[in-house]
Design a protein around this ligand. Structure first.
Ligand code: IYR
Length: 225
């Protein structure tokens, strides 16, 4: 083992669990099948969800790897009805402008999803999780600490969050209002953070419907050589 790893600041890898090849087959297939059941929805129930469940999912998101382990993310969990209403109103205003001015090519690929500028679920769903990227950090003396691979890191953390919410039994919608600077204002976030995503989480409404989409098969998304 290389000598650096015996230096102070390193500890034995205690958390790793190995499985037999047979167990790996079962686990990997079960996980893929579970992930295949995830669907983005746009019809949410107003049934309450324990905040502790959302908190555990955010904790899972925070286990994502990040550039230089800078963990350049912040999650704002919004359950307060007044704040959800403010977000809905600002998002709908931004989206009205988007749908009125978006290029035809963009609107054409959105058409099968049945989206429009009305976002009632932003008030209806029990939780909105606003994901912020810390573009840079602040050192104790107030100077800036550059953050590395911020988009990649926050993207991975958001993926973990979606997987955790799905695993917990909740449905989600990844919403990217365009533009979304209003989230920083409404949620009072500092200037070093940029809003990147709003994750809507809750139970699907009774009778919720989703577009009849298929996913690319393995052979199309992967090459083995
Ligand atoms: N932000 C808009 C438009 C939109 C864009 C993409 I790319 C989508 O995959 C879905 C929607 C909206 O939320 O309606």
């Amino acid at each position: 083992m290389s000598n650096e790893l015996n230096q102070p600041g390193f500890v034995p890898l205690a958390s790793y669990e190995e499985y037999s090849p047979a167990e790996m087959e079962t686990r990997s297939r079960a996980f893929a099948a579970a992930m295949q059941r995830r669907r983005t929805i746009r019809q949410f129930s107003d049934r309450p969800v324990p905040e502790s469940v959302i908190a555990a999912c955010v904790e899972a998101a925070g286990t994502a790897p990040s550039g230089a382990h800078q963990q350049p993310w912040h999650f704002v969990v919004v359950g307060d009805p007044g704040t959800k209403r403010a977000i809905r109103e600002a998002a709908e205003a931004a989206e009205a402008e988007f749908y009125a001015t978006a290029p035809a090519e963009w609107l054409a690929v959105l058409a099968p999803l049945g989206t429009d500028s009305h976002k009632p679920y932003l008030e209806m769903a029990p939780y909105l999780i606003a994901v912020f990227a810390e573009r840079y950090g602040l050192k104790p003396d107030g100077s800036r600490q550059t953050h590395y691979y911020v988009s990649e890191s926050v993207g991975i953390a958001t993926g973990f969050l979606l997987a955790a919410l799905h695993h917990a039994g909740l449905a989600t919608l990844t919403h990217t209002p365009n533009p979304m600077a209003f989230l920083s204002t409404i949620l009072d976030r500092p200037a070093n953070e940029r809003a990147v995503m709003l994750v809507v989480a809750g139970y699907p409404a009774t009778g919720a419907r989703v577009p009849d989409l298929s996913r690319k098969p393995l052979g199309e998304i992967a090459t083995f050589r």
